[in-house]
Design a binder for this molecule. Structure first.
Ligand code: B12
Ligand code: SF4
Length: 646
């Protein structure tokens, strides 16, 4: 049996690693989890966070933090290390891998995660084993093989280097179907640590951690029917799209997991459904809403796509309890959404969705993508218009900085078009800094945050050249406005102040004799027990008999099968819109963005939806890693130089 160290950067939810840890511990392995850096420390390593930051390249760490990582590494003395790799963090991960190898020569380094799906040919230079598929069905065999009890060539879905450095490529696995055979994630603190803000939080979390404050991640399904060009689901072809296929767990199984969390993970008080898009299957959602209200009743948050928000959907969510919906809107420009982002939801769809959510009293947040070299002045204005029209109240979540990840559809096309990008690590690029990106970022936040901004007032800013020249003036205003309107909740989220006060009032009213109070005292007792009896109880908690129901629900229906026609319906609706837009686009002449969309959408699949041309990804030769340079976005808060590739 091995000692294993799993590491994730900038995310302490780390659902994949928690699930694998539970799987491996069932076989007697000792798995330690390390979250390296909290997202809050994204670009302010040691000082309080900036409000609504542009999500920047969260790729740095500090020497002190690296020292903590090495201290843990030496204490744990793992037999092998597993990294979950997203492209943003690849430089950091390569660096840490090298430190581990120096400290313990020959230690196997295993990589899995989104970056590996897209960049295996490159990633194999840095890892001994790559997991190119979902690891659920193979992780235990992989551990056996690393222990020498099995041959690595018998483990599908991986690439590995042999003793002579030769790379062996085992066949890939299809998307993992039997979601209910996987144990619930391991949320125990016994072997969990977080390193962030220059500190080592042993068996605990960064103070702003949502997990530390009671958030627990649950996925009811895997996959998404949409194909946004900036997302891992952007290619419709199955060999490049790993999560698109819709796979849905039963209502009973999800509810059982949440109940298990409530019993075993003290302090759980918000459920974060991290499904790419919250289920769209009406029967499932309705049934789930009833069960959730009846048996759980906790506040929750989930993601929605503008076209999936229907009145029945909002009614069901509202029925479940206190709810926070995050809706990616990306832009108010139909052209940009359609031609560049490959999203076929219109501005009107976003407004309709907002109206439906607001009418049902659901808090919702919108987020956008900015800093985009394919965005025109007209597009930026359309986003401003959208924000001015969006039904209130809503929370302006962020204007994310468009990231171009290696081998993602939007990146291929940006390179083919010769757009100027700056490379920030081996697999990530950003646009060149421009004043107008900063200007529009601030304009959107102000329009999204200010409750009563008229169109006239907004456009007086837009028409004033002084702000274009000095966008930092607007950024100051933006930050002051946010400070006046928002407060940080104990869960680390930004929330509108009025709303927060109302929530607190409600909370105190409900406290008397409430379930929350009971849960609190139960949890306290449980913690006291855990402290008293130490790891024996913790082991009991870990070996809790998992609910391993068959894939079908109690009445024999299969939610995955039911999901398929709903996915198909969404896809064909999007395809119809696409066809309609393509017709319109053709008559408007040739825009660079339209040219860019070509190739992403060139052939048609058997189900009538468009398919990416099989050669699309092969055309462009990516710059080599030696060309890496580390840039700094204009207006960023001063931070330490990242320790990336060298
Ligand atoms: C939910 C989610 C989040 C949540 C929670 C993340 C979490 N890990 O729990 C939050 C909001 C915190 C988040 C944050 C971010 N996310 Co995110 N997120 C997702 C999402 C929608 C689902 C991830 C998930 O939990 N899947 C379910 C689990 C079971 O599957 P999995 O993670 O893929 O893991 C399986 C395999 O990949 C493999 N595996 C994965 N890791 C490892 C490690 C080892 C050792 C092994 C053996 C196997 C293995 O086995 C796992 C089990 O089957 C994905 C999209 C997607 N389809 O995956 C994006 C995605 C992973 N996120 C992405 C990004 C960029 C981010 C951020 C960097 C955003 C930002 N700019 O700050 C941050 C930081 C993320 C981080 N370090 O992981 C990108 C990554 C793109 C890329 N090229 O790398 C994705 C792919 C979305 C996209 N745009 O395409 N994210
Ligand atoms: S809706 Fe979300 S998860 Fe689905 S393809 Fe678009 S960005 Fe990706």
């Amino acid at each position: 049996m091995s000692k294993i160290l799993f590491i994730n950067c900038y995310d302490d939810m780390m659902l994949a690693l928690r699930t694998m840890s539970a799987q491996l511990e069932r076989d007697g392995h000792e798995v330690h989890l390390l979250a390296l850096r909290h997202l809050e420390d994204c670009f302010t390593p040691c000082v309080p966070p900036v409000m609504h930051p542009v999500y920047n390249y969260s790729l740095q760490t500090t020497q002190k933090e690296l020292d903590h990582v090495m201290t843990l590494f030496e204490e744990i003395d793992p037999d092998w290390v597993g990294f979950s790799v997203t492209s943003n963090h690849i430089g950091l991960i390569i660096h840490i891998g090298r430190l581990f190898k120096e400290a313990k020569p020959g230690i196997p380094i295993v990589w899995g995660g989104a970056d590996v799906w897209f960049n295996a040919e490159d990633d194999i230079r840095y890892a001994d084993i790559l997991v190119l598929s979902e690891a659920d069905s193979i992780i235990n065999d992989l551990a056996k093989a690393i222990d020498g009890d099995k041959d690595l060539k018998e483990v599908p879905g991986i690439w590995y280097k042999d003793r002579h450095g030769e790379v062996h490529k085992n066949p890939k696995l299809p998307p993992f179907e039997d979601l209910e055979s996987v144990p619930y994630g391991n949320w125990s603190l016994e072997r969990f640590h977080e390193v962030s803000a220059d500190q080592l939080f042993r068996h605990g979390y960064h103070p702003y951690s949502m997990v530390g404050q009671g958030f627990r991640t649950v996925m009811t399904a895997r996959g998404c029917p949409f194909t946004c060009s900036f997302c891992c689901n952007g290619y419709e072809r199955e060999e490049v799209n790993f999560s698109r296929l819709g796979r849905q767990r039963t209502v009973e199984h999800v509810i059982a997991e949440i109940k298990h969390l409530l019993k075993t993970s003290p302090g759980t008080d918000v459920i974060y459904f991290s499904d790419e898009v919250f289920p769209m299957n009406r029967r499932w959602v309705e049934e789930f809403a009833d069960a959730y209200r009846r048996e759980i009743g906790l506040a929750f948050s989930c993601y929605a796509y503008p076209t999936t928000v229907k009145p029945w959907f909002a009614e069901a969510l509202a029925r479940m309890g206190e709810c926070y919906v995050q809706m990616g809107v990306q832009t108010g420009s139909d052209r940009l959404n359609r031609d560049v982002f490959h999203r076929f939801a219109t501005q009107q769809d976003a407004i309709n969705a907002g109206r439906i959510l607001a009418e049902h009293g659901i808090s919702y947040a919108v987020d956008l993508i900015g800093y985009n070299p394919m965005e025109t002045e007209e597009d930026s204005r359309a986003t401003l218009d959208l924000l001015l029209k969006m039904p209130r109240p809503f929370i302006f979540q962020a204007a994310y900085e468009l990231m171009f990840w290696r081998n993602f559809p939007i990146t291929d096309k940006a390179f083919e078009r010769g757009l100027p990008l700056r490379q920030i690590n081996e697999h990530t690029w950003l646009s060149e800094p421009r004043k107008d990106y900063r200007f529009w970022h601030a304009m959107w936040v102000i329009a999204g945050t200010c409750k009563s901004m008229s169109r006239e007032l907004a456009y007086s800013f837009v028409e004033n050249p002084a702000y274009r020249e000095n966008p930092e003036l607007l950024h100051q205003l933006m930050q002051d406005m946010q400070l006046m309107n928002f407060t940080r909740t104990p869960t680390g989220n930004w929330q509108h102040k009025d709303r927060h006060i109302r929530d607190l009032e409600n909370y105190y009213y409900r406290m008397e004799g409430s379930r929350a109070v009971k849960t609190y005292f139960n949890a306290k007792e449980r913690v006291a027990e855990l402290v008293e009896t130490g790891s024996r109880i913790a082991k009991e908690v870990l070996s809790f008999p998992f609910n391993r129901k068959a894939k079908n629900g109690a009445d024999g229906h299969s939610p995955t099968e039911e999901l398929a026609p709903i996915f198909a319906q969404h896809q064909s609706e999007m395809a119809a819109r696409k066809a309609e837009h393509e017709g319109l686009g053709a008559s408007t002449g040739v825009s660079p963005a339209l040219v860019m969309a070509e190739g992403i959408t060139a052939t048609r699949g058997t189900n009538g939806t468009s398919m990416a041309k099989s050669d699309t990804r092969k055309k462009f030769q990516y710059p080599k890693a030696t060309q890496v340079r580390v840039g700094r976005a204009q207006g960023d808060v001063k931070r330490e130089e990242p320790h990336t590739s060298d």
